[in-house]
Every structure is written in C-alpha cells, then in structure tokens.
Design a protein around this ligand. Sequence first.
Ligand code: TYD
Length: 145
Amino acid sequence: MNVKLIEFEIMGDERGSLVAIEECRQVPFRIKRVYYIFGTKPYVQRGAHAHKELQQVLIAVSGSCTVVVDDGFERREFEMNSPNKGLFIDKLIWREMKDFSSDCVLLVLANDYYSEFDYIRNYAEFKKYVVSRQMINVQKSKGLM
Ligand code: TYD
C-alpha cells in the first residue's frame, strides 16, 4: 500500500521544539496547499473519500486522531499522536479519520489545489475505479494498449 509514516527531525533546545518541513525534502512532493482540521466534535468521522491524483501528508501537530487507510484490498490504521510524525497517503487510497482528541489539530500538506473533481466519495465506486485501473495496467504491461 502506498502509505508510509515519515519521521520529522525535531530541532530542540532549552526553549522547546521545532520541526521544519520543506517540499521535496521531508515530504516527497511540491506543496501547493496546506489546510488544517481542528475543533472536531467528539465521535465525528471525517474523510471517507479517496483522491484520483492528489497526494497528501497528514500530521497531528497537536492532540491525536486515528487515520484508517484502504487501497481497495487491504485496510490499515495509524494512530497520529505526535507533531514529528507524518503520514504520506498516495493517490487512490481511501481514508477515514476518527477518534479526534478535543485538542487535535490535523495539518494536511497536499500537492495540488482543492478540486472536487478529484474526489471519489463512494466506497463501491472507489473499489470499481481501482479494479478498472489495475486491469488497464495489466493490459498495458502485456502491450495490449
Ligand atoms: P471535506 O473534504 O468534506 O473534509 P473531510 O475530508 O475532512 O471530511 O471538506 C469540507 C469542506 O471544505 C467542503 O465544503 C470542501 C471544503 N474544502 C475546501 O474548500 N478546500 C479544501 O482544501 C478542503 C480540504 C476542503
């Protein structure tokens, strides 16, 4: 699954801590958009979508939350609870975010601007899309396309 945890270096001194993130260095893409989710009400789930092209890195800069990722075949859960931990999520990965602590600030770095056309918001449709992409790739590898 094209999802991986990234550990950011903490630059600390007697005053406290600092993490620096530069595009194409600590994250594997050019950063075109930054947004953050905060003040999430208890028991709320967010996400529940995949992106056709977008790549993202999620960081719980404060508090914690659980991120569930699913490539259509396998499902994994990550506990995001540290400002020096980022979760890289490639395109075509279904994600759900839940168990937000009341102090959670989930920072998201993305490699493109917001576009509703890039979203797949229905799981069955996501699954169909992933399977059809796989079939196209198999045909291409056999030189049939
Ligand atoms: P939504 O995608 O539903 O958030 P989540 O995936 O966390 O549940 O986004 C909520 C609203 O914010 C929706 O109306 C779209 C808007 N939005 C933007 O305008 N720009 C953005 O970069 C994002 C992520 C969302």
